[in-house]
Ligand binder design. Sequence first.
Ligand code: 26W
Length: 823
Amino acid sequence: TSKKLNVKTGMDTESIKADILSHLRYSLATDIETANKKEFYKSVVLSVMDRLHDSWLNTQKEYREKKTKKIYYISMEFLIGRLLDNALVNLNLEQEFRDACKDLGYDYEEIRDIENDAALGNGGLGRLAACFLDSMATLGLAGFGYGIKYDYGIFKQKIHDGYQIERPDDWLRFGTPWATTRPSVMYPVRFYGRSVPYTDEDGHLRFKWENTQHVYALANDIPMPGFRNGVVNNLRLWKATSPKSLDLTSFNQGEYINAVRDIELHENISRVLYPNDKIFVGQELRLKQEYFLVSSTLQDILREYKQQHDDLRDLPKYVAIQCNDTHPNLAVPDLMRILMDEEGFDWETSWDITVKTLSYTNHTVLPEALEKWPVSMLRNLLPRHLQIIYEINKRFINKVHEHFGDDVNRVRRMSIISEGEQPSVQMANLGIVGTHKVNGVAALHTDLIKKTIFRDFFEMYPERFTNKTNGITPRRWLKQCNKPLADLITSEIGDSWITHLSDLRKLDDKVNDKKFMKKYSDIKQQNKERLAAYVKENYGFELNTKAIFDIQIKRIHEYKRQLMLAIYAAAQYNYIKANPDAPVVPRTIIFAGKAAPGYAMAKMFIKLINSISDKINNDPDMEGKLQCFFLDNYSVTLAEQLIPAADVSEQISTAGMEASGTGNMKFALNGAVTIGTLDGANVEIKEEVGDENIIIFGLTVEGVEELRRSGYSSWEYYNADKALKQVIDQIRDGFFEPDHPSLFHTITNSLLDGNDYFLVLADYPAYAEAQKEVDALYSKPDEWFKVALYNTARVGKFSSDRTISDYATDIWGCEDQLNKGRE
Ligand code: 26W
């Protein structure tokens, strides 16, 4: 063509092709003839990066020039998954890159599949952080993620003989083209040492933290583009590195080797993500990681702040810092320390700045998940911080006395330091006392924390507590992962829904439009077939695409009750065996999820699911009627395959235990029907879609409380329900594992002798009834797809754009920035 190519920034296919070729040659020292797929993938990503860099720089420049208020989202986890599709969707360059790949002899899908998930998170909390970054950029907020660049993300799960095996997730083996290392952005992070008192020139008692050991935090930046708005924000991930280059002259041979070996020790801080979900394990390395993140991030925030402003007392005016759970809550004492010890402010001024700048999100009420760091560990690792925490606590306890009088029990409950055998710092209490806003993640959850774990605090500081119901980004979770549906919707109502998800309400009217409904249901079928092909290819299973696709995907946890669906699967098996000629609505049950490596019960659930699956899938009587599969190594990418293909979304936690859930929202948006308890955000999903369009069953939070109070006995439920009893007996007596008949006794014991803390048996009869409702509804396809469409049409509330707008307005004080200059 005669048109001039704009290799680095041109948005046309020819320019993009030229850029890919140029990266192959000049960045990777290869060429189109000899390059392998990985190299081609890398060149594609580098070409995408070229098209982000101007916006990335301009966005940051604009924030500086306009002195925009900055939002810092600090999180130990960012489960961002793959980035290529997302970047292309947001840049509106999907077709151009597709064509460029094709012209150069590659299939875009094949190239996209080269990318490893960035799986730097466990589950809901980490994925939420990733959705928030997308929404902050899309809304034009100056929102920055800060986290850790783990060498190893969440482990790779393999299944051997039905058991979970963990393997390291070496996602950086070939590097990642998305991250830019910034050698000039590096901060020392200090540990150990001691706090030394001295008197300053004004005669004030002050403290210095001395004799510390250092690790360096090195910035790695990943661009976070907004949806077609020219905004590119930043996710900064810190990598740990050793203090300074070695001064070789001063070493003899042995010291030299030791010194080089010490580099390893320093780098260990950012080595691996702790794979625990909702269980606090007080490992010192984890505490180091948390302080490493907080210290480097605060140094970065303050350096940036000082370049633009001169009075730190205005910090809360220009900076908001959100702590994702308590994991970053050392920000409270660390910001106090910086303001007092390094900036010379007095306590009151420092406290005022700290509280007004910080806020904290709670994601769980489970007591075993709450972080409590032993005082002894903090004294050793962070002596100055411990001293500050004691002072915060002393002043706070005085306030408690002022507020409640002499109520020793209350003081004991509210104290940041819990005394006892092993005194420890309650990080949640520290977060409530040291920030201006604490939020829960769904209406029910926020009510619960006010009434239960944080009740005393709510009575003292009612205005601090606020709800921010979670959300998901419609870009990844509809536009990207379900292109056929996204295109259908856009052709009917335009594309405003991509950034204004509530516009999907316009689809409500389509329920009576036969043509539309046919297309809508065809897309579901097409997605099921696509999933079947994927499962066939990657797992070797043959899915029955005529069956109900009934999916439960999430971390494996007792409270999430995968066991209840497993029991249902076994009960269906028994029913079909006993009634070979009875008609059944075919079902394909799919599980996926990881168990924490130390969580024996959860791992046993995986084995049980696999044993039940084997029984079902190897029995010819089940053919065309029932299937059950456990797909290994659940990930963001696998979720993107499964969710668009789901008919039924399993959201069946014991009421009161799932803070919100976000998978529930992704399924509903993609037209799956929820079978669920009144827990977490299910409650709000029901409000939005209407009672007729969701299948709710089981005990409510109050019902759970009442049943436990009045004396629950799981034996009664066991004896009362024949089908349930049969399955439990089979599990107990080795029916599913004849070679090892007592294998599942830990499970049956916890249900019977252990009195079934999660109330699986209590809810089972209602659950089985609800599943019958599912069957009945599915047998009337017209009805079914109406319900499905109402789900798609009515869950606009659960866009993370809405969630972020709410944070911006009620917590961060930057509502004036929302959508500014874009619409
Ligand atoms: C210290 C160990 C640890 C690690 C992770 C404790 C707790 C966590 C997270 C808070 C667990 C988590 O991911 N919670 C989930 O957060 C989601 C986002 O708000 C909610 O939707 C889920 O209901 C909640 O379980």
